[in-house]
Design a protein around this ligand. Structure first.
Ligand code: FAD
Ligand code: NAD
Ligand code: SF4
Ligand code: FES
Length: 809
């Protein structure tokens, strides 16, 4: 090693510091003789992934970022298990607890944070730990083998990830949170409630608005006492109530500190030759606790040490993604409204999706996503780049398609600068990924992950990595089959095939036999399995109510204010004076705040209290309109030849016949039909899932249409002559859709995915059509009106009594 090299010493062998060294080695490999002291007995590892290790998604070996060979080959002297105890800033020397002394020309303090431990009486007992490092993770893994009850104090990112991991290890887990809403530092109330409900469905319990007072037990923890006098039993308590920058060494050495070690834009402390980077550093009043900003700091520090021109570090906007399998939560920037900003919200209780965008001066400044976080990375990029989004607000809120995100210059990804960071967790830029694809020959996300580490931690950047793969690898891009959710690697077709082959009959059995990673499943797989099992075994399978969304469990559409709606079935949109009088009387008797005609030609009684639902249905004595859930909704008709002078066929008669044939049918997603009496198509049949349009001497049958956000016109399936043929084709089409589409896949998406020709081919053969018709009729014969059942069974009526416990989704 050259004696001309300056001596660089780093205290702390964690993610931020070593990242800065990696950069420095690229910029000036010969400039320094480097020595690193790390208190932990390990080489640099990915702390972020401890959550995955706990939840069974990675092993300890997977999380090593730089192995000992890396230090060796880069000429770095590494002291693991050494804590630096003092710095002599005048002599420029550091000392460790094991008696080592090292002199430096430049010193980096990268000491990270310490977990904040609540100073409760009894906090020193055995079984009370934090969740910060490999040692803590190992203690949790070991404890789960011999003990059952775990309490996690703190419902933030770390607490929830710890709790999910402990559930995976088979423990009973309750999260103790001081506020009413979990993750209040990242989420608004709506998203927080949705998250809690989903985690409850996965088996996690919550003790909210609880102030911990003392830890009980003799040598080992036995329980936790709260300020309200209640006690929760515990064999293990994990504290996850935040972190505090590790500044003790700096304080003792006279380096300027506040909450963290104070640094300027070049990561310099007030002491010449001493720098700080990572969670221990405080820049412009902020000490960050996420890796993306720390990596940005590291890049600036490396340039400074290498003598490369840099504009300095100007602070970061941050984004977070909860790493819990089966739960998609994303938060970025300023997620609450402030004076001068406004928020746009979208909530779909049925799909379990919530989106909120906060906009200021026509720029996106913050976002919260729950249930569908696919757009998170793109939205975050728009926030960071202060892009003007005027005119794009609606598209951004309603499921961003790549078109909506296309910048005026073309695709946003293409327009991004090469040095823009794509993977915040691992600090990987667009340029690095492009190079891995173009020069490194990577053709899949897995290969890019192995080569650059992009998408190796929280996975939030995966959609962007996939996008870059499409741009740079084009047709060579290998898309890897995805599981239906994070609980399994199996796709829809494999699961259905295995259920059939092994004759699996319950949701639990499927999860056990097919090796689900989450014992309780998640909001995506539970309802999917419930549907597939019901579709495959109509006679034996008993619908699992807990696998359904609120609307389907209460057979009513929940409204934004928590009330419900009542929609009786009105076949083909045709009613009678007697039915209208009955509806009006019930609406008046129960003080229904609003009665509205729906787009599906029926009457919607809105604002109904849950407890009134059974009584109202009893008095109405009409079939349920199923205006909720995944089933046949309406059959819209025009007046057809009955009254219209253009009509060539009886559209009303055909509509009523279809609605009576398929009402109560369970389908992968909601299904709407329409019948028009001539090609003028007044019933808008060509934007329905199954549309029937009269022509001279017969009917055109159309499939795969959709109104709403993503409008799609139907494809023509065939032309038939008789009414019976319409029924035959409709039956065959609907059953084929039931048997082949993914749960929650509308016919429009399904037709696009499998192609019109494949459906035509499958239905072309009459024998096959009749077999499908026979199967749908067998299923339909087993259905009954849900409200008739509820009205007549006192046990079922009890579900509608007011409840005080939170509902689970
Ligand atoms: C379980 C878990 C999950 C996380 N998930 C995410 C995530 O998904 N996304 C995200 O952005 N962030 C996440 N974080 C936060 C992220 O891990 C930290 O922000 C990051 O590790 C901080 O890096 P650092 O180098 O500043 O500190 P650290 O990684 O803590 O490294 C500091 C090192 O310095 C050592 N040290 C301290 N004092 C001395 C001394 N005097 N002498 C020698 N050595 C010393 C410490 O032992 C430690 O090893 C997570 C954290 C945890 C614990
Ligand atoms: N997915 C991720 O990005 C991820 C995952 C894990 C950790 N981290 C990072 O690690 C650090 C530590 O995470 P954290 O969740 O501990 O910190 P945090 O500060 O984000 O959250 C702590 C939570 O504990 C709650 N709390 C505080 N005092 C309490 C008390 N007495 N009783 C009950 N609850 C109490 C707070 O209300 C808060 O919600 C953070 O910087 C975090 O960003 C990030
Ligand atoms: S679609 Fe034809 S038959 Fe039906 S109302 Fe319109 S014009 Fe009349
Ligand atoms: S942003 Fe977390 S893995 Fe890429």
């Amino acid at each position: 090693m050259s004696t001309l090299r300056k001596k660089l010493v780093m205290v702390g062998n964690g993610m931020a510091g070593v990242r800065a060294i990696e950069h420095l080695l690229k910029l000036a490999p010969e400039a320094y003789e480097i020595t690193i002291f790390g208190a932990e007995p390990h080489p640099n590892y990915n702390r972020i992934m401890l959550s995955s290790v706990l939840a069974g998604g990675a092993s300890m070996n997977d999380i090593i970022i730089n192995d000992l060979e890396w230090y060796h080959s880069n000429g770095i002297r590494l002291y693991t298990g050494h804590t630096v105890t003092s710095i002599d800033t005048r002599q420029k020397k550091v000392h460790t607890d094991k008696g080592i002394e090292a002199s430096y020309d430049e010193l980096i303090l990268a000491t990270g944070s310490n977990p904040f431990m609540l100073p409760l009486p009894g906090a020193e007992k055995e079984g009370v730990i934090a969740f910060r490092d490999i040692k803590d993770t190992q203690i949790m893994q070991e404890t789960a083998k011999t003990h059952r009850k775990a309490l996690v104090i703190g419902g933030g990112l770390l607490g929830l990830e710890a709790a999910r991991g402990l559930l995976h290890l088979g423990m009973e887990v309750s999260v103790v949170h001081i506020h009413e809403y979990i993750m209040e530092r990242q989420l608004d109330e709506a998203a927080s409630v949705m998250l809690r409900k989903e985690l409850e469905a996965q088996g996690m319990k919550f003790l909210l608005k609880k102030q911990s007072e003392a830890i009980l037990g003799k040598k080992r923890v036995k329980g936790l006492l709260f300020a309200d006098g209640e006690i929760a039993e515990a064999d293990l308590i994990v504290m996850a109530v935040g972190i505090k920058p590790n500044i003790e060494l700096a304080r003792k050495s006279g380096i300027e500190i506040n909450r963290g070690i104070i640094v300027n834009d070049y990561m310099e402390t007030n002491t010449p030759g001493v720098y700080s980077v990572g969670e221990c550093a405080e820049h412009r009043g902020i000490a960050y606790g996420l890796v993306a900003p720390l990596y940005e700091q590291g890049a600036v520090l490396a340039k400074r040490l290498a003598g490369v021109q840099t504009e300095g570090y100007a602070g970061s906007i941050t984004s977070t993604k909860l790493k819990v399998s089966g739960v998609d939560v994303f938060s970025a920037g300023q997620f609450t409204e402030q004076p001068g900003s406004r928020a746009l919200r979208y909530q779909d209780e049925i799909e379990g999706v919530y989106k909120k965008l906060v906009i200021k001066d026509d720029k996106l400044v913050g976002a919260v996503l729950f249930g569908d976080t696919g757009d998170g990375a793109q939205l975050f990029s728009m926030i960071k780049n202060h892009e003007n989004i005027k005119g794009m607000e609606k598209e951004l809120l309603l499921g961003v398609s790549s078109d909506a995100l296309a910048s005026p210059k073309g695709n946003r990804l293409e327009a991004m600068a090469d040095d823009e960071i794509i993977c915040g967790c691992n600090g990987v830029s667009k340029g690095a990924i492009a190079e891995a694809i173009q020069s490194g020959g990577c053709t899949s996300v897995g290969a890019i992950k192995a080569c650059t580490k992009a998408s190796a931690s929280c996975g939030g950047c995966k959609p962007l990595v996939e996008g870059l793969l499409q741009i740079y690898a084009g047709d060579n891009a290998v898309t890897v089959k995805e599981g239906i959710c994070g609980c399994t690697t199996l796709g829809r077709d494999e699961i259905v095939a295995e259920i059939k082959r092994m004759e699996l009959k319950t949701v639990k059995e499927v999860m056990n036999v097919l090796d689900w990673s989450n014992d309780e499943g998640c909001a995506k797989c539970r309802p999917s399995l419930n549907y597939y099992l019901g579709m495959l075994w109509p006679e034996e399978y008993i619908d699992e109510k807990e696998s359904r969304f609120t609307n389907e469990r209460y057979h009513a559409n929940i409204q934004k204010d928590g009330t419900y709606s009542v929609v009786p079935r009105i076949y083909g949109g045709v009613t009678t004076p007697a039915d209208l009088i009955k509806i009006a009387e019930v609406a008046a008797k129960f003080d229904v705040p609003m009665v509205k005609f729906t787009g599906g030609q029926r009457l919607d009684l809105l604002g109904v209290k849950k407890e009134d639902l059974p009584k109202m249905w009893e008095e109405l004595d009409m079939p349920s309109g199923h205006a909720y859930g995944k089933t046949l909704r309406t059959v819209k008709t025009c007046v057809g030849s009955t009254f219209c002078r253009f009509g060539t066929q009886d559209a009303i008669g055909m509509g009523i016949r279809l609605e009576k044939a398929f009402e109560r049918l369970n389908t992968p997603a909601k299904v709407k039909l329409a019948v028009s009496g001539c090609p003028r198509n007044c019933a808008e049949a060509t934007i329905k899932d199954f549309g029937v349009v009269a022509i001279d001497g017969g009917w055109e049958l159309h499939i795969g249409g959709n109104g709403g956000v993503h409008v799609r016109a139907t494809d023509l399936l065939c032309v038939v002559k008789t009414d019976d043929e319409v029924l035959e084709w409709a039956s065959a089409f609907l059953q084929y859709y039931r048997e082949n589409a993914g749960w929650n896949e509308r016919t429009a998406q399904w037709v696009e995915r499998v192609g019109l020709e494949s459906i035509k081919q499958a239905l072309d053969d009459r024998e096959e059509r009749l077999a499908l018709k026979e199967r749908i009729e067998a299923t339909l014969r087993l259905t009954s009106d849900p409200w008739k059942q509820i009205v007549n069974e006192p046990e079922l009526r009890k579900n509608f009594e007011p409840i005080t416990q939170p509902e689970t989704v």
